[in-house]
Ligand binder design. Sequence first.
Ligand code: AMP
Length: 241
Amino acid sequence: MKIIKKINQLNKYISNVSNVGFVPTMGGLHKGHISLIKKSKKMAGKTLVSIFVNPTQFDKKKDFLIYPRCLKKDLVKLKKAKVDFVFIPSANEIYFKKRKRKIVINKKYKILCSKFRKGHFEGVLDVVERFIKIINPKFIFFGEKDYQQFFLIKKYFSGKFKTKIILCKTIRDKNKIALSTRNQLLNKNQMQIASNISKKFIIFKNQIDYKISNSNKLNQIKYFLINKYKIKIDYLEIIDK
Ligand code: AMP
């Protein structure tokens, strides 16, 4: 497994490889990330994983600062998964070149997280485009857990680059919580609440009748969760994929 920090170093290793599968991550790796890597190993000749906590996609500085980082453990997991290349660039390496045109997300996509996390997807699209240009992979893999991210990347980049954008299913733990690096920031009680909420949504999803309006039921669940767990809900919607 080659560990690479600089773009010119990366070019030396992969410029002659035509079938790279690329799995972008922010580290803090778990079985969700590993499932993307496994898919890449099946579809592509060589697998490259990046670990880069992208500062521009955080709308709150504190969130960026407390984001879990554990590079040593990540490298052990990547070696075990038989990854070919790990790219760990600095922010300077990625943002050295200035953009010609600012990323602007169409008003009609300013929903859900795009509405509530200011600048988040602009930052994601910017960094993903930079990575695609640097790596020129045959495939790039994203998790369905972050469906809006996948949706926007596909909207903005399929057709623009020859890279195929592949969606991978969400991996959950035995308590039905989607695996996420940020779960490390939750205590036992908060994880229990997350599990209860996930289970509630899964039951609700299976009961949805798409022929009728479900807004009453949605509101019921929303206020039940707010009152029971004393939480704030940014959004809870049923959206056509
Ligand atoms: P992150 O490191 O959180 O930026 O995630 C890197 C990639 O892994 C993204 O494409 C995520 O959607 C994907 N991912 C994160 N968690 C999961 C999960 N539980 N199941 C499947 N994919 C995931």
